[in-house]
Ligand binder design. Sequence first.
Ligand SMILES: Nc1nc2c(ncn2[C@@H]2O[C@H](COP(=O)(O)OP(=O)(O)OP(=O)(O)O)[C@@H](O)[C@H]2O)c(=O)[nH]1
Ligand SMILES: [Mg+2]
Length: 228
Amino acid sequence: MERKNENIKDPFEPLRVIELNDDLLANNESLAKRNSDMLKGLGIKTIDIVGAIGAGKTLILEKLVERLSGKHKILVINGDVTLRIDADRIQKHGARCIQINTGHECALNAYHVYTVITKLPDLSHYDLLFIENVGNLICPSDFVLGSDMRIIIVSVTEGEHVIRKHPLLVKVSQICVINKVDLLPHLEDVDLNRMKADALQINPGLRVVATSAKSGQGIDELVAAMGL
Ligand SMILES: Nc1nc2c(ncn2[C@@H]2O[C@H](COP(=O)(O)OP(=O)(O)OP(=O)(O)O)[C@@H](O)[C@H]2O)c(=O)[nH]1
Ligand SMILES: [Mg+2]
């Protein structure tokens, strides 16, 4: 007779998924709504940028600030685990940049943004706010910040399947930037059209823009897609 050992767990038992605390997410959403009301009330357009580590978020922001600082008063909030390298890079191009170091946290949340916008004495001086999130393609999908528009940046060096493998952030974005297209000649197995098609299949309302932040290719198209 076969005897079952009760101490041995079925290795194929479905794993339980532990959901993020509902209160935490609800609090974040209500704070994001306050951020949005406050920023809109001051006439500030807010755009947040997400993408994996090294996708080119900061270099694209440098190019955007370079192009737009003559026309807009720009504030940038940079999220990073540590240091203020990105804020210093962007600030040179004519924006006020505030770095937030999240320490152990893998994404900015609405409270980080709230802290900056409620403490900044000259907030009403600005009409455009960019938020660069911590480099991560997963965590930021849980935390809305109160922005008007979200841009997801992926780069061709992350591999042809990167968009299909990370649908959550693609679904909640309005623009998808596929960056580093200058490197395509070195990447035989990456099909840009396939990446564009994947993005549109996940989110048919998305604007997809191919860029090289290095050369500046596609940056004008990105500015137009943002309505700036
Ligand atoms: N060839 C090429 N390199 C790029 C391009 N965009 C960014 N890079 C390079 O990629 C590296 C990472 O760029 P960043 O702009 O710092 O990337 P990021 O997404 O801000 O990175 P984190 O903030 O660390 O998550 C840098 O060495 C950039 O010069 C591009 O379009 N083409
Ligand atoms: Mg950066």
